[in-house]
Ligand binder design. Structure first.
Ligand code: NAG
Ligand code: NAG
Ligand code: NAG
Length: 200
């Protein structure tokens, strides 16, 4: 049995209404949601470097930004702040962390123990939030550095060898020169002696 025209129109009306509702919901979600942008989610560093954990976010109003640090040794909150206000930095990271208004943090003079996962959570005043993770790997010394040191040492050794051989050559020259002079001196004295002998 075919539906009556009026019924079909009603159905269409309902589906249109649903569609509109969905669209509004999507718009609301989008306008309320926080979006977080992390350009580099894995960072390799060497000890004593200053590292920027760079992020950027967009949301409505002023959010609360929180960074947590997780590693084999456990998890802890390291900093929390609202952009534009003083940051609340944990005791373990006092004096070696600074915050930026775009949510980024900078760690000064990192050590091997700073390796691990850094989790940022951006929470809007209305409650929606977004989190992201940056993996930091801090190594003692890079292979490239060792390579550089090796090349530098080789260069130093080469220069030393050159200097030593130069000194040796100089020494030899001086010795020869001295011997020649002494020889000449001796010749002249013998000549004098001979002359004296003749006179006598
Ligand atoms: C970091 O080092 C690991 C190896 O230890 C390597 O696989 C990775 O590609 C490096 N990442 C960057 C961003 O240099
Ligand atoms: C966040 O701000 C810092 C400091 O102004 C900047 O160096 C960094 O590039 C910014 N990050 C992004 C993803 O824009
Ligand atoms: C800073 O954080 C600590 C621990 O999370 C908390 O006890 C303290 O009340 C906070 N201080 C401020 C000023 O928010």
């Amino acid at each position: 049995m075919r539906p009556l025209p009026s019924e079909s129109r009603k159905n269409r009306g309902i589906s249109l209404g649903l569609l509109a509702l969905c669209l509004t919901a999507a718009c609301c979600l989008q306008s309320q949601g926080v979006s977080l942008y992390i350009p580099q989610s894995a960072i390799n560093a060497t000890v004593e470097e200053d590292i920027l954990l760079s992020v950027d976010y967009s949301c409505h109003g002023i959010p609360t930004i929180e960074w947590k640090y997780t590693s084999n040794w456990g998890a802890q909150k390291i900093v929390e702040w609202k952009p534009g206000t003083q940051a609340n930095i944990s005791q373990s990271h006092k004096d070696r962390l600074c915050t930026f208004d775009n949510g980024s943090i900078q760690l000064f003079g990192v050590g091997v123990r700073d390796s691990g996962y850094y989790i940022i959570t951006v929470t809007e005043r209305l409650g929606s939030s977004q989190f992201g993770t940056i993996v930091l790997h801090v190594s003692e010394i890079l292979y490239e550095d060792l390579h550089f040191v090796a090349v530098f040492l080789a260069l130093l050794a080469a220069v030393a060898a050159l200097l030593i051989s130069l000194m040796w050559v100089c020494n030899k020259c001086a010795y020869k020169f001295q011997r020649k002079r002494r020889h000449k001196l001796k010749e002249s004295t013998t000549e004098e002696i001979e002359l004296q002998d003749v006179e006598c």
